[in-house]
Design a protein around this ligand. Sequence first.
Ligand code: MN
Length: 382
Amino acid sequence: MVKRIAILGSTGSIGTQALEVVEKLKDKFEIIALSAGNNTNLLIEQIKKFHPMFVSVKNENDAKIIQDKFPGIYVFNGETGINKIAELPMIDMLLVAVSGKIGLKPTITAIENKKDIALANKETLVMAGDIVMKLAKENNVKIIPVDSEHSAIFQCIGDSKSVKHLIITASGGPFRNSTIEEMEHADLSETLNHPRWKMGKKITVDSATLMNKGLEVIEAHHLFNFKYDDIKVVIHPQSYVHSAVEFSDGSVIAQLGIPSMHIPIQYALTYPDRIEGIETESFDFIKASKLEFYEPDFDKFPSLKLAIEMGKKGGTYPVCMNAANEEAVFAFLEKKINYLDIYKITNDICNRYKGINNPTIEQIIEEDEKIREITRNHIKEM
Ligand code: MN
């Protein structure tokens, strides 16, 4: 049977790799819809290759350009555009590969329309994990994680009900062996030089501060319904063990593989099947030779600790932390602040914040916008 797929964020890092998987497994998938932001040229190439029926872009002007080029397809734009894609009756699965809070509403729309979700967007669970997981359960919708760590845990758990701990691995990023003093002088290019994974800029900075791991702990808490104290983070520089679970009998199952996003993306798309796809090279234990594990250093990477604390507080506290961190990372990417300021600013904003318990989606979006504004002003005044 052919699986009919829509991809939100088709020109991004996950989106393009997902299309590489689809291209390799042509007879398994049909691309019904694609959405992209500003990268119209790449989207046009993708339309020529995958012939979607529906497309959505960020602004009206790009929509016109694409509509003129492809009069036979439906072209939408803006936030309503991606929401329309999320409710298309003919799709079986929605791959949410946009980054930022823009992924939140279409994910909810797709769940309400009983579509399975391949989830690569972090904000969905960090900002609204309680709401989204409850809705998925009510609608009997599967949320299949795309991120390598969550995919690993998802694969290790299988249908077991006897898991005691989740063990999330982290490469440790470019500053794993740096001193705090060295990090004080870290520039943009050092920060963006991730040792294992090639990703977008925002997530690469988050991987350097380990905020990314903190966000992943929050996601894992929601996705697998685990208490924060039962989720452990382990530094594993080789990035071969993508994560693991410990069962109540003391047995541990880990998922290993070369660090390639094609594997978890493909698994999410073909789940529950495993088929030979884009990665054909066998994992070589001899070549891997050594697997090391270390405790994370919370003094050097306080963002990880902050994220877990805000996760535990729940409500809109993770929303605040995520928004403040993202604004700080943007300022760092624009060279307005130093590397260590990213944590300082995020922490300051979180310390001053009074959160809301059991927020609605509207309140979440409002708080997010409010915090971003406060953070931007805070940065201006520095
Ligand atoms: Mn990850």
